[in-house]
Design a protein around this ligand. Structure first.
Ligand code: ATP
Ligand code: MG
Length: 441
């Protein structure tokens, strides 16, 4: 992609109405644009990042048998009344049709849609287990949408739902999803910072599990066992340093409070701030029951379907990556989710240098599209070919955008190319032939 064609331009100033680093950097660098609090447009660079995250998640969901669907965002009140959540779900966007006076919901999650949907497809034990997922915009009327992509009122989520014959089958699949989630967080570059966290299980399970990425800007407080890399969310923590659960909380939230590492019993836990990037739940019959979602077992007996649900916020994940990977100059994208892997910059003034830069752009692009066996080389290049922009400005913008490899061609570098990683100071002058090998590292 030639930067002379890219319609977005980096901004010098941070937006005045954004407190969060992720939003400031992403807006300045031209990845997103703010429409209103918690609602953003994804611009070409931002959409590329989001699609990379999406591809990784889709691959891992399909690897554990997930079949992709797309459910409606516009939903009738009735489905929500049936589970009682029309009244109790506190961030529900509700509205009334001007013409029919019917009431609707903009979907914040899809248990109310997927459970009745599956009544059309699940009849016997032979139809189970079954796993469906979608990647879709969700709507939540969040009170405080001040954290940029971390807390949107419209945001992209992957939600997977599983349907089982019994709890044993659910338990096994739940562990598979857990492993897939760890693979996802590792692949997007957050593996080492993301810990499995015991959280409230709601009314049907003892616990749910959150995937929490350690970050000082996180809204969640967790207690981490450094030995096991497992944490407890403060909301279910029963300890001196956390507010003790009140009697009424114990009554309305029947899940268990814990005070030590659930794996090793360690009581010496470290209080950390973290961002909840994923959450997995054993729903059991919480939603199959109100929708009467049943199947016939081998003996012909009717039984309730057992369910699980598993969410990851893609846009929140993107914001989290920026919170974790940036410096005072800008974003530092991990290679797997970077909008492009290579930022080629022509700093030359003369035609000869421009021609050399053009040649590198074309040969690297051709290489990037070519395949070795069945594997695509997948090197994508952003080429700063702009003539009217100063060298200084180009370099500032490159650091702000944060592409992993920077290549510079100029009168000074001559027939060679300067290569530098965004997260390193060290630069190297190389010949064109050597480039490909270096970029593959
Ligand atoms: P939170 O406690 O942060 O409000 P939640 O527990 O209500 O989140 P879930 O219903 O578990 O969220 O949603 C699944 C995933 O969707 C979360 O783990 C998170 O990654 C993402 N998510 C939830 N709410 C938002 C939001 N407002 N903006 C962006 N992502 C979100
Ligand atoms: Mg959650």
């Amino acid at each position: 992609m030639k930067q002379s064609v890219l319609f977005t331009k980096a901004k010098r100033e941070a937006p005045k109405d954004e407190e969060a680093i992720n939003a400031q950097l992403l807006i300045r660098a031209g990845f997103i644009d703010k429409l209103m609090a918690g609602v953003y447009t994804f611009l070409p660079l931002g959409l590329r990042v989001l699609k990379k995250i999406e591809d990784i998640i889709r691959e891992e969901m399909e690897a554990i048998g997930g079949q992709e669907i797309l459910m409606p965002t516009l939903q009738p009140k009735n489905n929500w009344a049936q589970t009682g959540r029309w009244e109790t779900y506190d961030s529900l966007f509700k509205f009334t049709s001007f013409y029919s006076k019917n009431e609707y919901v903009l979907g914040p999650t899809h248990e109310e849609i997927v459970s009745p949907l599956m009544k059309n497809f699940i009849f016997s034990y032979k139809d189970l287990p079954l796993y469906v997922f979608q990647i879709q915009n969700k709507f939540r009327d969040e009170k405080r949408a001040k954290s940029g992509l971390l807390r949107g009122r419209e945001f992209l989520m992957k939600d997977l739902y599983s349907f089982h014959r019994d709890e044993n089958e659910l338990d096994k699949y739940y562990e598979k999803v857990k492993a897939a989630y760890f693979r996802i967080f590792k692949r997007v570059g957050l593996g080492k910072l993301t810990v499995l966290t015991f959280a409230s299980g709601g009314t049907f399970s003892k616990y749910s599990h959150e995937f929490q990425t350690l970050s000082p800007v996180g809204e969640d407080k967790i207690y981490l066992c450094e030995k096991c890399q497992v944490a407890i969310n403060q909301e279910i923590m029963h300890a001196k340093s956390a507010p003790p659960p009140t009697a009424s909380a114990m009554q309305t939230r029947p899940y268990e409070y814990i005070s030590s590492c659930p794996k090793c019993g360690n009581k010496n836990l470290k209080k950390e701030r973290a961002i909840e990037v994923g959450n997995i739940f054993k729903l059991k019959t919480k939603y199959s029951s109100p929708f009467n979602l049943k199947y016939r077992d081998e003996k012909g007996e009717e039984k309730e379907v057992i369910m699980g649900c598993y969410g990851i916020g893609l846009t929140r994940l993107m914001g989290t990556i920026v919170e974790v990977y940036h410096d005072d100059k800008g974003i530092i994208w991990p290679k797997s989710v970077a909008p492009y892997q290579v930022h080629l910059i022509n700093l030359g003034k003369f035609d000869k240098t421009k021609k050399f830069a053009d040649k590198i752009y074309h040969s690297l692009s051709a290489y990037g599209r070519s395949t070795v066996g069945r594997q695509k080389n997948n090197i994508e290049i952003l080429y700063d070919d702009r003539q009217e922009v100063s060298a200084g400005e180009k370099l500032i913008e490159a650091d702000l955008i944060g592409i992993p490899y920077r290549l510079i061609v100029s009168e000074k570098t001559g027939k060679r190319i300067e290569i530098k990683k965004r997260n390193e100071k060290k630069m190297k002058l190389v010949r064109e032939k050597e480039l490909v090998k270096l970029l593959n590292h």
